[in-house]
Each structure stands twice: as structure tokens, then as C-alpha cells.
Design a protein around this ligand. Structure first.
Ligand code: GDP
Ligand code: IMO
Ligand code: MG
Length: 438
């Protein structure tokens, strides 16, 4: 049965939540492999709107199972709040949600440190989501982090927390001149531990057993390729492995278990936070697109920066992730656009550049080369089948596919679940059929 990765091909917010929700009808499991509640994955159906931050979107499908893997950093309060919000909407996660005992825990002092670190950077701030994600991954890599298994061990947890806190507080006072707050922390986290105990397990064992039994699994990325800690626009990135490789490390499943990779891109590009963005539009144009596409952060409400589709970046994303099939979302946002620009190449100080620069300063000297395609100036938002697409919209998709040498496996023309179609004969259609058959 297929196990496929759903990965963001840009700077996040590509519509991964919608794609996972659509596919999850046919898959047994969905599993998050990285990031934390910096993510915001929106799913809209039957008049309901959910923004899931930690729990994989498959949970919204009755009877389906959802896994939060070891690569995720978990804020227990955020997770409990999400479980409660779902319960209020009549969605019971009992027996369907599994959280890794190896996932690292976010504490309030992580947020405090992040705030101080961002302030210290001044104009060079990353523009983070202020959720404590980076400092929590720092602790993980420094081997001083506390994990879900530590949180649940009431005999040893208070001492471990006190020890870790002492070190963090000293670092914060030294680096930022700020003491950290630990009032009531141990008891607050002891209570959260009890709320979460039933969900915590060895999720690598669970997922590998599910795959052995022939279950189908969607591996849900958070963020996007260009925010990846190794391959993104460093240092303007997040602190985790958002690319497809992160699915193996973040969930404890081997590469040969994975059948393929689905990349998700918008019909244009957006970015939240600071950092390079070669195809960014001038303010007025960006505002128009932002309003049409409702481009405001699902988590922080920040306006997203907007720009044209960047095929240099997507080509890079195809390579880094091994994308077999590309989903294009938000095609409808171009429904009134007379002409569409697509970036087909970069020039660095006037010379053609084939590779994505490693050094962030290089982006300041990059000029995108554009090809102009005609728009379709017709509504696509109510379409549920590929045949109804205006010719210029099909041309736009074909241009993307030809340039990247990757199929377009799914097209999304509206935020709702049913404004989605999968062209027949694609690899993605085949995976779906295989998952449904079983
Ligand atoms: P994710 O983080 O990749 O899951 O994406 P987000 O949920 O943060 O942002 C995507 C936004 O676009 C959400 O508000 C979705 O409801 C919306 N969306 C997704 N697909 C489409 C589409 O095809 N058309 C339109 N107009 N909106 C879409
Ligand atoms: P989803 O899963 C878009 C961005 C932040 C900031 C940088 C670092 O919804 O696509 P962090 O808080 O992670 O340390 O911030 O990464 N960022 C995202 N941008 N979508 C996301 O997630 C993001 N998660 C983090 O805006 O620039
Ligand atoms: Mg998002």
C-alpha cells in the first residue's frame, strides 16, 4: 500500500492541509514528521473551517488515524487545546491520535528565549512565529531537551526540568540579561502530562507495524522546502527538516518504505517572515494578490509577502525532495489576472545562474527572468473536473509541468474540499486508486 510524502515546495502555506485532507479519505494514516505549532494547515468543508497546527489533517476524516512523530516539537498546552477544539466540533481523537514518546517538549521559557533572541537580532530578525520552535530544536540538538517520555515520568520529571531550567536561565541571563520564568511550571506540565498520557506511544513501532500490515500512510510535512534547515534560505528558515528526507528521520521509517513524493505549490509564491524572495511583487501588485488570495498567516495573522511563481525554486524543490507529482493550488486566485509572469531563470550580477545560491547575501544581486503567459479571465473556482479548465489555465499548468518535467497530479481551484481534482492517468491518481482498492 502506498506511503507518500506530502511536502511544501515553496516557503510554506502552499495548501498542504487541504491536499492531505483530500487524500486522507483514501488513506489509513496521516503522520506529521516535523515542525510544531508554527504550522497552520487549513481545511474547509461543509461550512467548517479548521486550522490544524500539530495534529495531522487526516484526523478530520472519520475513523482515520493520525500520528505525531519524534521529529515534531510538541507544546503540550497547544496540543491539548487542539484536542479540545476538535472535541467541541464533535471530532473525538480517542484511539486515533498517537504522539511519539520521543518528541521533544516545548516550554514557555523557549518562547521567552526566542523573543529575546529575535529582539537582539534587530533588523536581521528571522520573523519567527514566536512559538518557541527554534529554541526547542536547539535544546534537542544540544542534548539537553526534555521529551514526551520524560514528561510522563512523574517520578523524575520535576528534577529533570529543574536541572534543564537552571542551565537555560543562566544562558538567558548571560546572553540577553533576562531571567526566565518558571513559576508553576512543574505543576502545570504535570497536569498537561495527564491530559496527554493516553496518546503517547512508540509511534515508529506503530507506523512500521501498520506498513507491515499493508496500511496506507500520508506523511505530512510542515513548512516548505525553502524553510528547511539544511536546504532553505538559511538563516531565514525554520529549525527542522521540512523536506522529504525529514519524513524518514522524523517518523522512524526507512526510505524504501516510501513510494513517492507529492510536492505542493501555489500558482504563485508567498512567504511570511524575513528573508530573500526573488520574485516578490511591488507593494501595490502584492496587495491585490494578497486580498484576492486571502494571504494572511493561518497562525499569526501576518500579511504574507506575495510574488510570481518561481520555477528556479520549484526545480530545486523537485530535486531536493524527489517530487514525482506536483499539486498546484490557488489557481482560482488568477481568475481575473490578464497576464501572468513566471520566473524561468535567475541572473546573478547579470550572468545566468542555474543553481540556488547558498549564501543569503547573493540573493540581493539576483534578477529573475520572466516569461509572460496569458491569463484566462474566467472563473475556475466552481470547477470540479479538469476538462472544464479554460485553455489558458491548462496552458499555464502545462508550462509548469514541461519546465519542471513533473506531472501536475492535482489542481485546486478553491479553499473547499471539493474544489479539487486529480487528472486521470497521473501517478497521483494511481496511488489514490491503489489506496482506495485496499
Ligand atoms: P498549509 O500550511 O500548506 O496547509 O497552507 P495554509 O492552510 O496555511 O494556507 C493555505 C490557504 O489557502 C488556506 O487559507 C486555504 O484555505 C487556502 N486554499 C488552499 N487551496 C486553495 C485554493 O485552491 N484556492 C483558494 N482560493 N484558496 C485555497
Ligand atoms: P506551514 O506548515 C509559512 C516561517 C516563519 C519564519 C520562519 C521561522 O503552515 O506551511 P519559526 O517560528 O518556525 O522558527 O519561524 O519560518 N514559518 C512558516 N511560514 N508556513 C509555515 O508553516 C511556517 N512555519 C514557520 O514565518 O519566517
Ligand atoms: Mg500554513
Amino acid at each position: 500500500m502506498p506511503a507518500i510524502v506530502i511536502v511544501g515546495a515553496q516557503w510554506g502555506d502552499e495548501g498542504k492541509g487541504k491536499v492531505v485532507d483530500y487524500l486522507a479519505a483514501s488513506f489509513d494514516y496521516s503522520a506529521r514528521y516535523g515542525g510544531g505549532h508554527n504550522a497552520g494547515h487549513t481545511v474547509i468543508f461543509d461550512g467548517h473551517r479548521f486550522v490544524l497546527q500539530l495534529i495531522p489533517c487526516g484526523i478530520l476524516r472519520p475513523g482515520k488515524r493520525a500520528v505525531i512523530g519524534a521529529g515534531v516539537v510538541v507544546d503540550p498546552a497547544a496540543l491539548v487545546a487542539e484536542v479540545d477544539t476538535l472535541a467541541q466540533a464533535g471530532i473525538d481523537v480517542t484511539g486515533r491520535l498517537f504522539v511519539s514518546n520521543r518528541a521533544h517538549v516545548i516550554f514557555p521559557y523557549h518562547r521567552q528565549i526566542e523573543k529575546a533572541a529575535e529582539a537582539a537580532r534587530g533588523a536581521a530578525k528571522i520573523g519567527t512565529t514566536s512559538r518557541g520552535i527554534g529554541p526547542s530544536y536547539e535544546d534537542k540538538m544540544a542534548r539537553r531537551g526534555l521529551r514526551m517520555c520524560d514528561l510522563l515520568d512523574s517520578a523524575t520529571f520535576p528534577a529533570k526540568l529543574a536541572e534543564t531550567f537552571k542551565e537555560k536561565d543562566a544562558i538567558s541571563r548571560g546572553a540577553f540579561g533576562q531571567s526566565l520564568d518558571s513559576a508553576g511550571l512543574a505543576s502545570q506540565y504535570a497536569a498537561l502530562a495527564e491530559r496527554l498520557r493516553a496518546y503517547v506511544t512508540d509511534t515508529a513501532v506503530l507506523l512500521n507495524a501498520a506498513l507491515d500490515e499493508g496500511r496506507s500512510v500520508l506523511l505530512e510535512a510542515a513548512q516548505g522546502t525553502m524553510l528547511d534547515i539544511d536546504h532553505g534560505t538559511y538563516p531565514y528558515v525554520t529549525s527542522s527538516s521540512c523536506t522529504a528526507g525529514g519524513a524518514c528521520t522524523g517518523l522512524g521509517i526507512a526510505p524504501q518504505r516510501i513510494d513517492g513524493v507529492v510536492g505542493v505549490t501555489k500558482a504563485y509564491t508567498t512567504r511570511v517572515g524575513s528573508g530573500p524572495f526573488p520574485t516578490e511583487m511591488p507593494d501595490l501588485e502584492a496587495k491585490e494578490l494578497r486580498d484576492r488570495g486571502k494571504e494572511y498567516g493561518a497562525v499569526t495573522g501576518r500579511p504574507r509577502r506575495c510574488g510570481w511563481l518561481d520555477l528556479v525554486m520549484l526545480r530545486y524543490a523537485v530535486m531536493i525532495n524527489g517530487i514525482n507529482s506536483l499539486v498546484v493550488t490557488k489557481l482560482d486566485v488568477f481568475d481575473t489576472q490578464p497576464e501572468i509572469q513566471v520566473c524561468t531563470g535567475y541572473r546573478y550580477k547579470g550572468t545566468p545562474l542555474r543553481e540556488m545560491p547558498a549564501q543569503v547575501e547573493m540573493f540581493e544581486h539576483i534578477t529573475p527572468e520572466y516569461k509572460t503567459l496569458r491569463g484566462w479571465c474566467a472563473p475556475t473556482s466552481s470547477l470540479h473536473e479538469g476538462q472544464g479548465l479554460p485553455a489558458a489555465a491548462s496552458d499555464y499548468l502545462k508550462f509548469i509541468s514541461d519546465q519542471l518535467q513533473v506531472e501536475i497530479g492535482m489542481i485546486s481551484t478553491g479553499p473547499e474540499r471539493d474544489a479539487t481534482f486529480v487528472p486521470p492517468g497521473t501517478q497521483l491518481a494511481a496511488w489514490l486508486a491503489e489506496a482506495v482498492r485496499h
